[in-house]
Design a protein around this ligand. Structure first.
Ligand code: ADP
Ligand code: MG
Ligand code: MG
Length: 885
């Protein structure tokens, strides 16, 4: 029979850190820590493979598994010198889940398993600590009831809160022995009422049920949502860890805590953590009492503190990464209960990666690989304008749980957060505390505000992971879910009111506050420099105006990959000239209107060229159907008629004429230039004249003129002739020349197929993957949103293909287009300018298929730079692996 259970502790463990896939992160690291000789309570891990078999086997434990468990339990008993279920000297265990990827709060733990009335009585005699025994028991019933038997958590909470209220206990620790006994009685009653059976007193039954429940929880809704949101795939399941209990709730010499080897918010290399005395398990994270900072421990218990510091130092060196650890102190003795790579904010990830290279713990390549490109977004996001923040009405202060700044309307539950956000509202999800059920709502909110819980509370941990601004534990806030109101001293806010939170300082304000762009730190620049050293792909930006170009330059853009000329048509008065051109009845009057546009376009291009200096600038000729430039409603049509001094009927007639059933497949792109060559003639003239003018200030401009929507080589040769002719005319007139390129977008599937023919005419290709996706999949870009979300939810499409390039389908056309294009033009320059150019997995694809550059919106430039570096490193590593084989 295959081995499914691995023992750890009490000498050499059967597992180790490298067995994460099989033992889950928690199990593998518990084994590793005990192999390092650290004080880890012994136990054993049931593998993730067993979980996979459980699901293959219609949710039944694999044959022989429980015999293996029994054998390991025997071994645990002999290591612990105690017996499971034996009142005389009982062994209590925890049952803990844990998959290969850490999923905080997703699958619940049962502590103190093995207790029953008889054992409790014996425990009292043995420990002389009656309070402890009853506290452990009531916790056990609650956790077992909730996690294993699905008794609503609220039922238990209600009993506990009622009791506390009646005896005027502020904290759980204020409850007396009799209070606890009474709670146990009520817990048992509610357990029976909900499950229609007695609480199981047989420890073995308790264990069997718990193991089943952990496996079962792998596919609960929360776990599935978490995996989906975090893109976690390809795991077998969760492992189950059965571990001897140590107790932090034995009195004031005992306690439990969570700590990080460096600050997870800022990355500062300083020990960081929180703990509570006389507490157990999740108390610290659940925000039951406000935890103490770890530095307090150094004063209160020097010995334990020093030991803990040496553990964290060793673990960080050993794993060469920032560690997130759990520990328990039982009557002055320290035990390590978990270690894992700590979740961190982008700022902290950056600082830690750069610092660790300096400390010679990791290489530059490793530093680059450790940062999730998508996470960089956080650093580029706005903060409050300092002056506006100074003047804002500050109402409270909490913990700076996740940095950034957010302004939005108050909502009180996750459901409303999602609904309001769907309507396009910015909301601040305001809760007493959050729980895993709130995840989708947290994701939809602009920021998260809680009145309870510490820096390691659910809200804080999850928000940091999401890169979402969060202020936690604002004790002064009185949140009333029923009345949908918040009261802070004399201020009352209700649902829908504006509130602003600063996740970097923990401050809460009423009203809206102006935000400003992010400043880039030295570490950011260092890492980007390293990325630039290893990446092969160029990174350009999509920018239409000098301001966007400048932003992109600050972020490291190396050129413009797409300038959409028509975006300039809406600026100021130019729309008037554009409309004149559209209304023109003949070429001559059209040319007259175009003449008005020429100097405006030329000035726009000059601005862009000046901003970009010597870097290449790709300008796309007019693309959208003309109807986009005329008003569709009566009032605006009347206004247009007045401005242009024509009868309104004429305007209406034109609008009707321009109407298309399917404009995305209609009269647009190069098709416009073919019907109205004078438009692209004017645009070419503006581009080349602007380039010549800017050249005078010693800037070597290198314009690249791009023809959109080509699907047939005849289209490109027609347009090219017009463009070339115009360029030569300008050169002649200006008595000068400059280098330029003429190329095309590849966005019609046919163009990808006949790319060899098209490349004979085009000096460069730029894949317009938005249109290419639309036409390849047959999904209207403007309508697909309605059903694509469902496609993704139902797993028909793994990802929205407009967000993440569909490598399997659209990607094949891209690959084919590049191959065929380069078959007839070896030095064909190839890039991408769709939304995908800034999406990490798509960037990796672009690297693999041999593109020269990607182009994306300014804020995504750093993401693309890092993603491109990671693609290059991955390729290098693959090659190295290949050679070894
Ligand atoms: P999670 O994955 O949600 O962090 P854990 O399995 O780590 O869940 O356990 C939840 C809490 O219970 C943690 O604080 C952990 O330290 C504590 N805990 C787990 N097992 C034991 C044990 N054997 N003795 C004492 N505390 C434990
Ligand atoms: Mg938990
Ligand atoms: Mg844990």
């Amino acid at each position: 029979m295959a081995k499914h259970v691995y023992f750890f502790g009490g000498g050499k463990s059967e597992g180790k850190a490298a067995m994460k896939g099989l033992l889950g992160g928690k199990g593998a690291n518990l084994a590793e820590m005990s192999n390092l000789g650290m004080p880890v309570p012994a136990g054993f891990t049931i593998s993730t493979k067993a979980c996979e078999l459980y699901y293959q086997n219609k949710k039944k434990l694999p044959k022989g598994l429980m015999e293996e468990v029994r054998a390991n339990l025997k071994k645990l008993e002999s290591v612990m010198k105690a017996k499971f279920g034996d009142p005389g000297n009982t062994l209590l265990v925890s049952v803990r889940s844990g998959s290969a990827v850490s999923m905080p709060g997703m699958m619940d733990t049962v502590l103190n398993l093995g207790l029953n009335e008889e054992v409790v009585d014996a425990l009292i005699v043995r420990t002389g600590n009656e309070r402890f025994a009853w506290d452990a028991y009531r916790r056990f019933i609650q956790m077992f009831g909730d996690v294993v038997m699905n008794v609503p958590r609220n039922d238990f909470e209600h009993i506990l809160e009622e009791k506390k209220r009646r005896v005027k206990a502020r904290f759980d620790t204020d409850l007396s022995i009799n209070d606890l006994k009474d709670i146990v009685k009520q817990y048992n009653a509610i357990y029976k009422k909900r499950t229609r059976e007695n609480f199981p007193s047989d420890p073995w039954q308790q264990l069997v049920k718990s193991i089943n429940a952990v496996f079962g929880s792998w596919n609960n809704e929360r776990a599935i949502t978490y995996r989906k949101l975090n893109d976690i795939k390809g795991l077998l399941g969760t492992a189950v860890n059965v571990q001897a209990m140590v107790f932090g709730n034995m009195g004031e010499k005992s306690g439990t805590g969570v700590c990080f080897s460096r600050n997870p918010s800022t990355g500062e290399n300083k020990f960081y953590g929180e703990y509570l005395m006389n507490a157990q398990g999740e108390d610290v994270v659940a925000g039951i009492r406000t935890p103490l900072s770890i530095t307090t421990l150094s004063r209160k218990n020097k010995k334990v503190y020093t030991e803990l510091v040496s553990m964290k130092d060793r673990l960080e060196k050993h794993y060469r990464d920032m560690q997130d650890m759990e520990f328990t102190i039982q009557e002055g003795r320290l035990y390590m209960l978990q270690t894992r790579a700590g979740k961190r904010t982008a700022a902290s990830a950056l600082k830690i990666a750069v610092d660790m290279v300096k400390e010679k713990l990791i290489s530059k390549e490793e530093a680059l690989m450790r940062i999730d490109p998508g996470q960089l977004d956080q650093l580029l996001h706005p903060t409050f304008d300092p002056r506006a923040e100074k003047g804002a009405a500050r109402i409270a202060k909490g913990l700076p749980a996740s940095p950034g700044a957010a302004t939005g309307k108050i909502v009180f539950n996750a459901h409303d957060a999602e609904e309001w956000a769907d309507r396009g509202e910015k909301v601040i999800l305001t809760r007493i505390e959050t729980s895993p059920e709130d995840i989708s709502g947290m994701n939809a909110a602009a920021g998260i505000l809680t009145s309870r819980g510490g820096m390691t509370s659910h809200a804080a941990v999850v928000a940091r992971g999401m890169g979402k601004c969060c202020v936690a534990g604002v004790g002064e806030l009185n949140i009333d879910y029923k009345a949908k109101k918040i009261a802070v001293r004399d201020v009352t806010l209700k649902e829908g009111d504006y509130i602003s939170i600063n996740g970097s300082t923990g401050t809460v304000y009423t009203g809206q506050i102006k935000t400003v762009e992010a400043k880039l730190s030295g570490d950011f620049l260092t890492l980007m420099k390293w990325a630039d050293e290893v990446r092969r792909l160029g990174v350009r930006t999509n920018a239409d105006i000098p301001r966007d170009a400048q932003t992109a330059l600050r972020f490291g853009a190396e050129g413009i990959g797409l300038c959409r000329t028509e975006h300039m048509f809406f600026e100021g008065d130019r729309i008037i000239s554009v409309r004149k051109m559209i209304l023109a009845e003949d070429t001559k009057s059209r040319e007259a209107a175009l003449k008005e546009l020429l100097p405006l376009q030329r000035k726009d291009f000059e601005g862009l060229f000046k901003a970009m200096g010597h870097r290449p600038v790709t300008i796309r000729l007019i693309d959208p159907p003309l109807h986009e430039f005329v008003p569709q409603d009566d009032a605006s049509q009347k206004e247009m008629a007045e401005v242009l001094k024509v009868p309104v009927e004429k305007v209406k007639a034109k609008v009707a004429e321009l109407h298309e059933i399917n404009p995305m497949l209609g009269h647009r792109g190069c098709r416009l230039g073919i019907t109205y060559p004078e438009i692209i003639r004017m645009q070419t003239q503006a581009i080349i004249e602007a380039a010549i003018n800017v050249k005078k200030s010693r800037i070597k401009v290198h314009p690249e003129i791009m023809i959109p929507l080509v699907g047939e080589s005849g289209e490109i040769s027609f347009c090219k002739e017009v463009i070339e002719e115009t360029i030569q005319e300008v050169f002649k007139k200006k008595k000068t020349k400059l280098p330029y390129m003429i190329g095309t977008m590849i966005e019609v599937p046919r163009a990808a197929v006949i790319a060899d023919e098209i490349a004979k005419q085009a000096q460069f290709f730029s894949f317009g993957t938005n249109d290419l996706t639309q036409m390849t999949c047959g999904f209207s870009r403007d309508d697909a949103g309605r059903f694509l979300k469902e496609y993704v939810e139902k797993g028909i499409f793994e990802k929205d293909p407009f967000q993440v390039l569909d490598q399997e389908g659209v990607g094949q056309l891209v690959e084919m287009g590049i191959k065929r294009g380069r078959a007839t033009r070896k030095n064909l320059k190839v890039g991408i300018c769709g939304e995908h150019g800034g999406e990490p997995s798509s960037v990796e694809f672009c690297h693999r298929v041999g593109m020269d550059y990607v182009s994306c919106s300014p804020f995504r430039v750093p993401i693309a730079r890092l993603a491109a570096a990671q693609a290059a490193i991955k390729e290098k590593r693959m090659k190295r692996k290949g050679r070894k084989k």
